[in-house]
Design a protein around this ligand. Structure first.
Ligand SMILES: [Zn+2]
Length: 95
């Protein structure tokens, strides 16, 4: 059973959360090209390994949580509030 550490509620079962997407993409500047906006809206990496993601604590405080998760093992390295800068571990995570 995996748990996610909500910055507001503490450790909770992952079933209380919903995955909401890639938290590493940043909105292009207003004068950026149409292609830049297309890529921002539609194009996503599908990485195997550490990934910075948005999770929504839907059955808890309903806040957005930033999560560094390993997509291969589902191990959660760290969590934070939306404006926190989170670092990924260097290695691929435990087996
Ligand atoms: Zn919460």
């Amino acid at each position: 059973m995996h748990q996610i550490n909500c910055p507001w509620c503490g450790k909770r079962d992952e079933a209380e959360f919903q995955y909401q997407g890639d938290a590493s993409v940043t909105r292009p500047k207003p004068n950026a090209s149409e292609e830049a906006f297309f890529n921002y809206v539609y194009m996503r990496e599908n990485p195997k390994g550490w990934h910075t993601e948005w999770w929504h604590h839907v059955s808890g405080c309903r806040q957005w949580v930033k999560v560094v998760r390993n997509t291969a093992t589902h191990e959660v390295h760290t969590t934070g509030k939306p404006h926190d800068k989170l670092s990924k571990p260097k290695a691929g995570g435990r087996k």
